[in-house]
Design a protein around this ligand. Sequence first.
Ligand SMILES: Nc1ncnc2c1ncn2[C@@H]1O[C@H](COP(=O)(O)OP(=O)(O)OP(=O)(O)O)[C@@H](O)[C@H]1O
Ligand SMILES: [Mg+2]
Length: 304
Amino acid sequence: MTATTEPTYGAPGDGTSGELILDASGVVMRFGGLVAVGGVDLQVHQGEIVGLIGPNGAGKTTFFNCLTGMYRPTEGTVRFEGQVLPPKPGKVVRAGMARTFQNIRLFGNMTALENVMVGRYCRTSSGALTSILRGPKFRREEEETRARAQQLLEFVGLGRQAAHLARNMSYGDQRRLEIARALATDPKLLLLDEPTAGMNPLETQQAMELIFKIRDQGLAVVVIEHDMRFIFNLCDRVLCLVQGKTLIEGTPEQVQSDPRVIEAYIGTGDGTEDDEEMDEIVREDEADLRRDDETGTDPREQRP
Ligand SMILES: Nc1ncnc2c1ncn2[C@@H]1O[C@H](COP(=O)(O)OP(=O)(O)OP(=O)(O)O)[C@@H](O)[C@H]1O
Ligand SMILES: [Mg+2]
């Protein structure tokens, strides 16, 4: 399959002028006495790439879980295309919001193609009876699903690995496979939780190009990442969470130059030599991730 057969997801976006698709307002998530998310607002427009940053434990993943129906927020509302979403992941996916996970969640014993096909089933119409009888409608849908899944593997750069078992794929390829599976649900909004964790610098660059390509298909993307260079080069807008609250939201330039962001990450607060300090963090992060990649472990799972 060639690039000319790449799937399209909607009108091309320009990163600025699309319609509002996600409107999260006053989202609070408490776990007992712990306020993991303390009243966060986020608006996302079609064709936009929004970065969500913040130190470990800031509430980024919990906020994603509130947006995608995994958690029912303690307070606040999440509207998608004007509708309040029910806190049910399946319904959220069918409404047009898909995600990937900080700790990769693939079916390890299934092939790459099958993993993407699973994502597609939320859009197929064969009922239980048709599936059991495996009639013509089922077979036709199955073929369409397979073709679409292959197309998506090509799109993310995994076309030649369709038959590989997910568990045998490199860490970076598994992350791309998760993106393909999320795209198989035909989302309008894609939420990526640390999509470059475990990737080497080349894979990180390829991931950035892939996200631009997804945006150019008209999707909106919200990305959680700790790699600041990646975030500031990729995003139209960045929101920094600290202890469950929005510290600052603005353009990459505004966020990058705000000394409070540096302080939140490294706790110095003097705001000097920001670039060197940030570069040092990025270098250490990359070295850690390369080491973990070599040993085949997920660095995020080892966190206390
Ligand atoms: N299910 C849960 N029950 C209780 N506390 C939780 C739960 N999920 C998250 N937390 C707590 O909520 C806070 C925010 O966690 P969260 O995972 O959202 O942070 P994060 O910003 O994604 O961090 P990281 O960058 O390390 O992934 C943390 O203090 C975490 O321990
Ligand atoms: Mg997280």
